[in-house]
Design a binder for this molecule. Sequence first.
Ligand SMILES: *[C@@H]1O[C@H](CO)[C@@H](O)[C@H](O)[C@H]1NC(C)=O
Ligand SMILES: *[C@@H]1O[C@H](CO)[C@@H](O)[C@H](O)[C@H]1NC(C)=O
Ligand SMILES: *[C@@H]1O[C@H](CO)[C@@H](O)[C@H](O)[C@H]1NC(C)=O
Ligand SMILES: *[C@@H]1O[C@H](CO)[C@@H](O)[C@H](O)[C@H]1NC(C)=O
Ligand SMILES: *[C@@H]1O[C@H](CO)[C@@H](O)[C@H](O)[C@H]1NC(C)=O
Length: 510
Amino acid sequence: MHLSLIRCFSWLLLVNFACSGRVMRKLRDHVHRFQYQRAKEHLLTRAVSGNRLMSDVKEGVIHQRLDHFDSQVTETIPQRFFVNEEHWDRPDGPVFLYIGGEAAISMMDVVTGHHVDMAEEHGALLLALEHRFYGESINPDGLETEQLSYLSSQQALADLVAFHHYIRDHYELTHKNTWISFGGSYPGALSAWLRGKFPHLIYGAVASSAPVKAKLDFSGYNKVVGLSLMDEAVGGSEKCVNAVWEAFAAVEANLLGGNETRLQKDFETCEPLDEEDQTELVESLADIIMGTVQYNREGAPLSIEKLCTILTNKSEEYEQEEEAYDRLVKLVGVYQTAMEEPCLQASHEQNILDLNNTTVKRTGFGERQWYYQTCTEFGYYQTCEDASCPFSRMLTLQAQTELCPLLFGVSQSSLPSSIAFTNQYYGGDHPRTHRVLYVNGDIDPWHELSVLRNGTTMADKDRAIVISDTAHCADMSPARFEDPPTLREARREIAQHVAGWLKAAAWEHL
Ligand SMILES: *[C@@H]1O[C@H](CO)[C@@H](O)[C@H](O)[C@H]1NC(C)=O
Ligand SMILES: *[C@@H]1O[C@H](CO)[C@@H](O)[C@H](O)[C@H]1NC(C)=O
Ligand SMILES: *[C@@H]1O[C@H](CO)[C@@H](O)[C@H](O)[C@H]1NC(C)=O
Ligand SMILES: *[C@@H]1O[C@H](CO)[C@@H](O)[C@H](O)[C@H]1NC(C)=O
Ligand SMILES: *[C@@H]1O[C@H](CO)[C@@H](O)[C@H](O)[C@H]1NC(C)=O
């Protein structure tokens, strides 16, 4: 195993979450490109102010056992990692481990971000480990269904344990090197679980926007989307959420009335709409709004404020009920232009072909892999069947879970018990962990599945930070001029906890 020096940029992918829709997947890629650009600019500013630029970043590969829990399985799986020694205070400085998730990682994960700022302050060695089956960390046949049975959060945690051992050997680390883990979204949950399961290896953990509770029917997601659209602090209003309601009702009316041709023309769908594309169309339209909320001011092409301005800009020229529909048409047009998309994806058949494609793609988000994990471990299906959802009842749990048997032969009836097991195994939203910091934004729909309250008993030492007016994983990016004061304060608090842990660890090591 060797480490090689890196000379060029690769894709930055701050890990984030996905929905089933292709529009959401495209939006994620857009957000990632934006964050990459922002990180690059941040680096260049630092370079101008005399800092060295990534002189010490190395890339390596470790060959893990394909199955950590069955010694009869002798195959291996390659796993990529990055190391940045630039700030490391040898030999006893701490180790900051950035955990990868459902997308490729990049060298930027050890070069910019709040964890890097803290590493600089504390002289930490920076590591990032890619998640098995995502990015470059996959065998050529890795997307075949039989291979996917080796993809799970339990295997991923065991990978992290083996990686800890490998780095410890390679850098001749001792008990004096205090390890702290970081992650956002699914990797945020991994960060919390790693500390919870392996407290002898990891001293403390920051878990940003971490949905630690698995949930089959995640109707709470769209409940928060509705509330965020009403939140005046971020440019929402009651008028705005009502406009969404009316617009989706009008879309449904057109579908029920057999007016597909009109929808297809107005929303400029890529293919003519079939009967089976109805749900897909509604999903694509909802994705635009869901994504705007989840990534508000985190790189989405529209903000909640802009979206609400378009949806509520009433004029006298229109009939009342037509008005909301036309506003949605306009919104989708603005969105598609910003995304440089020629047409709106709404083909159910194409969606299934994409998810069923076993050709390994080494960049970006792993859509097939992630769908597999929702079918076998987490659920997280963002449904719209209860009254709090502002979209359409057509977005059912049934529509999302029927892909599990279709794509992977995983029966729908197995889902409840798999998800219950995940919560048994990790503790759901009452994990009773010690020295784990759960950080969430109140605009972000994923906070519903995280830890939002401090523990109240001696045994339960969970610490929670809830940031007003911020979206998904906002605390993880480096500080920006336009950050709201609540976000600045949250980063200060996170930094205080990390400093406190390192101080306590140093005392223990005296
Ligand atoms: C179909 O759309 C047209 C406008 O393009 C509208 O005049 C008509 O009322 C719609 N029909 C139904 C059944 O909704
Ligand atoms: C609002 O509507 C007016 C009149 O139709 C139009 O001139 C203006 O551009 C619209 N503003 C936005 C933000 O859509
Ligand atoms: C997925 O691909 C496999 C193998 O190519 C094929 O047998 C199966 O029918 C496909 N499933 C769907 C739903 O298209
Ligand atoms: C699968 O994806 C690859 C790479 O994106 C593409 O070249 C190929 O045509 C796709 N296969 C199918 C059956 O769609
Ligand atoms: C958790 O406790 C700390 C310190 O007592 C407090 O400052 C913080 O507001 C609490 N967090 C939540 C989410 O209640």
